[in-house]
Design a protein around this ligand. Structure first.
Ligand SMILES: Cc1ncc(COP(=O)(O)O)c(C=O)c1O
Length: 326
């Protein structure tokens, strides 16, 4: 199945990203077999952001924008990767960064962000960040009245989600080709919700029955089953509006399961379960997790699988991270 759609795109990565079974976890694995789709391999800067930015930055370029205005928490992957790709396309980036618990990971991310040359602002909280962003929209306009391209934190708007519809279709082709079995459940980290929404729309379009299990890692913005389903429906509407022959399908909030028990004290706070998952996957499977998203997603998946929550499976862990090349 091909996604034929009248939307511009700048290629920032390449699929299909590899799939394999995790065979070295021993008893730590739990009941169901676990497969991974290593979507971090999509680009040198990881899959999660590149798949969204291919469509979003193309839109900014089509509108002749010179500046991208976006934000996130201090260690934002979204901000970092936006700044890197925007620079490659000749655009500058202004980032509004809200506090998050300090850690070696966050400090390293911030160094990487600084090295992109992006203009950085550090408001004290989310509401101040919105006010500052509104002010920067006007203050960073390039003459004559070319406002910056405002990118929602996380890039979770229908156009960005198109990247994940395509990713789910890519997965369905891999299943059809016999590279992996159809998963009973697909587990992914849930931040701003665009990854989950695009995947859900794409899974249903591709006719896969896998249940989407989203592990909530974010309490800075409200994301729930209804917001994810709504974003999936808006993405499908956009595709139809832009000429894609995708069929009318219903996407309901009941099709998503959100696991809320692995957030710990909040966004960006480490948890013992996440630290254990990071060590386990690093030592046994040579997979690098970061503490904010993927470590909590894997911790949840392993705990639930040990309790038999997924039945016989198989499970697919959708890995959204790869360390940016320094
Ligand atoms: C590594 C990683 N995984 C998952 C996510 C969550 O994606 P979304 O914001 O689309 O829910 C992010 C978002 O920044 C991320 O950086």
């Amino acid at each position: 199945m091909q996604l034929d759609v009248d939307l511009e795109r700048v290629p920032l990565g390449e699929g299909p990203t590899p799939v394999r079974e995790l065979t070295h976890l021993g008893e730590q694995r739990g009941q169901a077999p676990i497969w991974i789709k290593d979507d971090g391999a999509y680009s040198a800067f990881g899959g999660n952001k590149a798949r969204k930015l291919e469509w979003l930055l193309a839109d900014a370029r089509r509108r002749r924008k010179r500046t991208i205005l976006t934000g996130g928490a201090l260690g934002t992957n979204h901000g970092l990767v936006t700044a890197l790709f925007a620079r490659r396309l000749g655009m500058r980036t202004v980032l509004v960064l809200v506090p998050q618990p300090e850690s070696a990971h966050v400090r390293r991310q911030l160094e990487r962000i600084r090295a992109t040359g992006a203009e950085l602002h550090f408001p004290r909280g989310v509401w101040r960040a919105y006010a500052l962003a509104a002010w920067l929209m006007l203050g960073r306009a390039s003459p004559p009245a070319n406002l910056p391209y405002f990118l929602r934190p996380g890039g979770s708007v229908p156009l960005g989600c198109v990247g994940y519809v395509e990713a789910a279709i890519e997965l369905s082709e891999q299943i059809r080709a016999g590279e992996l079995p159809e998963p009973s459940h697909l587990v992914v980290a849930l931040g701003s919700g665009g990854t989950a929404a695009g995947l859900l729309a794409g899974l249903r379009l591709a006719g896969l029955r896998s249940r989407l299990v989203c592990v909530l890692v974010n309490d800075l913005v409200r994301v729930d089953e209804r917001t994810v389903a709504r974003l999936a429906r808006r993405t499908l509407r956009l595709l139809r509006k832009r000429g894609s022959s995708v069929r009318e399908i219903e996407v309901a909030a009941a099709e998503i399961e959100i696991e809320r028990g692995w957030l710990g004290p909040g966004y960006g706070h480490s948890t013992p379960a996440a630290d254990r998952a990071t060590r386990l996957l690093g030592e046994r499977e040579d997979i690098v997790l970061e503490p904010v998203y993927t470590a909590k997603a894997v911790a949840a998946m392993l705990d639930l699988n040990r309790h038999g929550a997924f039945g016989p499976g198989p499970l697919l862990y959708w890995h959204t991270y790869s360390r940016p090349e320094d």
